[in-house]
Ligand binder design. Structure first.
Ligand code: ADP
Length: 394
């Protein structure tokens, strides 16, 4: 609530720091509070969320210019009667009329005179409103509108070109990721093969410390392998069709859980499967297994030691649901929409300390939607999360 003790707020939209300082100094000494905005867009946002006593707008500012900003400000009901004063170095013929036509109450020319400024501001606050003959105003407004549309056209063309560039870059990034993951797959398989030979004793007996070292290397290689697999799959899925077969979800879940049993044991996490056998579905078994593996992997990764993870399968009249619940760190509400974006990871210490590249959930969502299903998430920070896949029944 505004009280009479609070100083009147002058919103000053100006990109030049010298002018900003000058105006702040000149007005602060006279009991005003000056709020600054560096360009047209931030000026509009600042004005939208506040009720300044007066708005001082420079005409030549980045982004939207002062004419466009004034037009926008005047369209806001709460600013209909707020004095808006243009401050500009443009002293060419017609400059004053142009600012009045778009809705300014007056016009102050630069350079700013700090001695006169407080009185000038006070006069506008006391109701000064310079007027324009109606015929001139109509004519100037027409010119203003056509200039605005021209600028808009130019901006749209710029945005279209920028968008085309971005799409090209995105395509290049996809190709790069696809070829990188292919390149990585072969050497990974070779290293895996040698580690397996060492582990099974094919290359001779190992001491206990050597065996332990090989186990650590294999675990890390598995993590790396699943990241590379995710990357490859994401690229492949974007361009390829699913291969449907009759699959048993109960078996797919059991398979994913078996692949992650060692990881769960190491983290002392109890994994419970509540998965009654249901009628087989027509699915891409490989893709769906990968989706389940990723959900379960996340549930284990993002649950502190000693927690628990439950996978539940249920059959309904028209759909089948698979939910993966954990008692883990949870996800804040504002991040729930973003976690499905490729490469997005929460900026929390827990996530930073956990291996991953932010592809898993994007992949899961892609796979589920390719099966005409959908995925939802419910989560309470510090209590846990539940991801639910819903798939249509034939
Ligand atoms: P990654 O696991 O490789 O980081 P994902 O795409 O699978 O990538 O997940 C994105 C982010 O969503 C994770 O980094 C994490 O911050 C959050 N997240 C996913 N699953 C969970 C979960 N079960 N509990 C808490 N946070 C999760």
């Amino acid at each position: 609530m505004t009280t009479s003790d609070e100083p009147p707020v002058i919103l000053y939209i100006e990109d030049n720091p010298d002018n900003q300082r000058l105006v702040v100094r000149a007005l602060r000494n006279r009991g005003y509070h000056v709020a600054l905005a560096d360009d047209g867009m931030s000026g509009i946002s600042a004005a939208r969320d506040s009720q300044p006593a007066l708005i001082l707008v420079d005409i030549n500012i980045p982004g939207l210019d002062g004419y466009e900003v004034t037009t926008r400000l005047r369209s806001m009901p709460h600013l209909q009667h707020t004095p808006i004063v243009a401050l500009t170095a443009d002293v060419s013929p017609g400059a004053r009329e142009r600012v009045l036509a778009v809705g300014c109450n007056g016009y102050l020319s630069k350079p700013i005179n700090p001695r006169q400024l407080p009185e000038q501001i006070a006069s506008y606050l006391n109701g000064k409103h310079e007027q324009l003959a109606a015929a001139i105003e109509t004519d100037l407004l027409r010119q203003h509108h056509s200039r605005t549309v021209e600028r808009l056209e130019h901006r749209v063309r710029e945005l279209q070109a920028a968008n085309a560039d971005l799409q090209e870059l995105d395509e290049m990034k996809n190709q790069f990721l696809a070829s990188l993951s292919h390149e990585l797959r072969t050497p990974l398989a070779v290293v895996q093969g040698y580690l397996d030979m060492l582990n099974t004793g094919t290359l001779g007996d190992l001491s206990e410390p050597q065996r332990e070292a090989i186990q650590v290397a294999r675990r890390n290689l598995n993590t790396l392998g699943s990241q590379v697999n995710n990357l490859l799959y994401l690229q492949e899925l974007r361009s390829s069709e699913l291969t449907y077969e009759t699959a048993d979800l109960c078996d797919l879940i059991a398979g994913a859980a078996a692949d992650l049993r060692a990881a769960a044991d190491r983290a002392d996490i109890t994994v419970t499967l509540d998965t009654p056998r249901i009628a087989p579905l027509n699915l891409d078994g490989g893709a769906m297994s990968l989706a389940l593996y990723n959900l379960l992997d996340n549930a284990i990764k993002f649950t502190p030691r000693g927690g628990s993870v439950t996978v539940a399968l249920a059959q309904h009249a028209e759909h089948v649901s698979i939910s993966v619940s954990d008692t883990g760190v949870g996800i804040p509400r504002e991040a729930l929409n973003r976690i499905f974006q490729p490469f997005y990871r929460l900026a929390t210490p827990y996530t930073t300390d956990t291996p991953g590249n932010g592809i898993g959930l994007a992949l899961v969502q892609h796979i589920v939607e390719a099966h005409h299903g959908h995925i939802t998430v419910q989560s309470i920070p510090a209590q846990g999360s539940t991801f639910t896949i819903t798939l249509p029944r034939p």
